[in-house]
Design a protein around this ligand. Sequence first.
Ligand code: MLT
Length: 232
Amino acid sequence: CFSPALIHLHDINDKIVVVVDIFRATSTMITALSNGVSSITPVADLETCRSMKAEGYLIAGERNGQPADGFLLGNSPLTYLDNAFAGQKIAMTTTNGTLAIEKSKSGAREILIGAFINLSATAQYLKTQNADILIHCAGWKGKFNLEDSLYAGALVSALAEDFSIACDGAIAMKSLYETNESDLQGFLSQASHAKRLQNHNIEADIDFCLQLDQYMIIGKLKGQELVAQPIK
Ligand code: MLT
């Protein structure tokens, strides 16, 4: 598991990269794909995302935890519940998550989208793959954050019997997750982005993003689009 500051392009080569941004980009992506959205195109910048509206995409944009100027959809997973946008193609840009996906494209064998809400589905899929895995934590503006690294610990813990751990960060986060897994909400209430979101009165998103295994799909990048792949 690496914070963005530690990602080096050679680390990615021919690995399966699991990109994670718990609060809230990858949690939102998995929720949307599990609720019938046909695809999500992650976009690094606001202007490109805005221009995709004219191509028939529903556009979703967030900066610093708030909907970006001119965007109807921000980045709350709750927006997509009850198949609210089923059948739609979405173009999405967020502060950190979509950038982390962009950075992971060069050399990855596959890019998956990781979240607590589909943790077991992602672990189950990875156990069937004969590949090295790199967990790319989006972090916050290039810095380490607690929730993404705790997810990395959770995934490492779920894979520990099937994979060898080649990174001290992964060992540390596995231990941190196993110590706090019984009270993720309590432990992560101290996370800096949780506090940022609390200041915007979006606690409901935080609780939702920390619910384990709501969905049994994986999110996989196919070309430029994220699509759902059900896991039996
Ligand atoms: C991010 O990209 O860091 C998050 O999506 C920010 C957010 O939605 O609060």
